[in-house]
Design a protein around this ligand. Sequence first.
Ligand code: DTR
Ligand code: ZN
Ligand code: ZN
Ligand code: CA
Length: 437
Amino acid sequence: MSPRRAHKFRTAAGALTALAVVVLAPTAGAPAATAAPTVAAPDIPLANVKAHLAQLQSIATANGGNRAHGRPGYLASVNYIRGKLDAAGFTTTLQTFTSSGATGYNLIADWPGGDPNQVLMSGAHLDSVTAGPGINDNGSGSAGVLETALAVSRAGLQPTQHLRFGWWGAEELGMIGSKYYVNNLPATERARISGYLNFDMIASPNPGYFVYDDDPTLEGVLKDYFASIGVPTEIETEGDGRSDHAPFKNAGIPVGGIFTGAERAKTSAQATKWGGTAGQAFDRCYHASCDTSANINDTALDRNSDALAYAVWTLGTAVPVPPGPTFENATDVTIADNTTVTSPITVSGLTGNAPATLKVGVDIKHTWRGDLVIDLLAADGTAYRLKNSSGSDSADNVLATYTVNASSEPANGLWRLRVQDVASGDVGYIDSWKLTF
Ligand code: DTR
Ligand code: ZN
Ligand code: ZN
Ligand code: CA
């Protein structure tokens, strides 16, 4: 972080407006709105997932007690998973990188077929800490993703989206492997990823059921599964930046995932909701030598593996709903420091009101995006908040698709994107934005 950025301050703002250019354009990017899935997800056999965990435990036991980055137990874990995938017909790729003076490995597996421009990706980090075998953190996520991939093969699934699975190295060192993967993916390839689902700790012994509150479509599909089995969920509030979905999110890729908790203690209300022990950590063996095969809650592992498969099948086989009419303004609008600017789009030719799921695609180039407050303004001036400012979000650029319930607004008329730069020291411009009805 540069010294200038060490201190972000809130100051007043001015105002500017730009000309409108309106075109109809096809949309891409965010996960296709899901119609009913054409193929029902299978049950993922708990015994199969536990068998993978037993293998990972054996690997750790045979290799100094861990499966950490740079240690033999990690590459042995990669080879175990890769062997299963190769035998099941996946196209596997081993990506190497260097971190802390040791070679790291990402394992990527592609299921042949599906739309190459709509890649649904599911992933989990495969490395443990050096202190122990990492069976919950994160053998559980790794095994759940593996068994889901094997279930795809067993089903001979022919999804509409292209299915890709990833096992990341060196997450415990700071998401090194997943950052390396995303940063080395050509922009054209990144744009093809419709969504990334992350599974890091999905079988904590004193489990909670947390769903990432990021992309609404991915969050909704995962919540639908838990609702179907009558298990209440909570949104994952501390996950931002703490696992492998972060590099994907920072690249503007829709992300989601599930989590059963780590070092935080389960509250009494949560124990009433989910069972387990109040006042005790969700995982008392987090990052400890006792994170062994015994450190697994089978019910959580079973439910979350099934939720994983449900999401892959639902999102991956859904017949994409063709995007509605799209209106775009690609005129650059400068965002000077501490100013407020707007960019207009005039919508015409539609009937009735806007939908409850109006998609607002935003592409803003701006260093330290935490400076920015972004609103959609309806013709009557009603503001719909898309993004709040943040004193800690130091990442650059806003490349995102927001969903707005605009059903009380007439579709036709003048819509505006309002961008407020509310902190000194960073500037940028609206590159383009669009409305999809
Ligand atoms: N950092 C992860 C564990 C972790 C902690 N909070 C969250 C939230 C969402 C996913 C994972 C985590 C690790 O130690 O691997
Ligand atoms: Zn960890
Ligand atoms: Zn983890
Ligand atoms: Ca600024």
